[in-house]
Design a protein. Sequence first.
Length: 94
Amino acid sequence: MFFNLFGKKNKSVSEMTDREVLDKIRPLLTSMLGLEDSEVTLYAHLYNDLGCDELDFKEIMIALGEQFNYGVDPAADKGIKTVIDLIHAIKRYN
């Protein structure tokens, strides 16, 4: 648990709900993939539904790593196919 400037507790990523993490990553995904907010849902497939390619995926992983201060094991990247998979990886490695 972290505290902000006003003494209010901030949740760590691992304490957030999946929807809270989605709200934090949605702007990045919409910006990088040229999507509307409504297209980025928990169960959207990164490749089939959102049009992500391998290069997009690597860039997204780097950007999310910087945003959340984590590193994902490259072997674990292969299991990330949907937005919810991405959220679980962020929570697991954060």
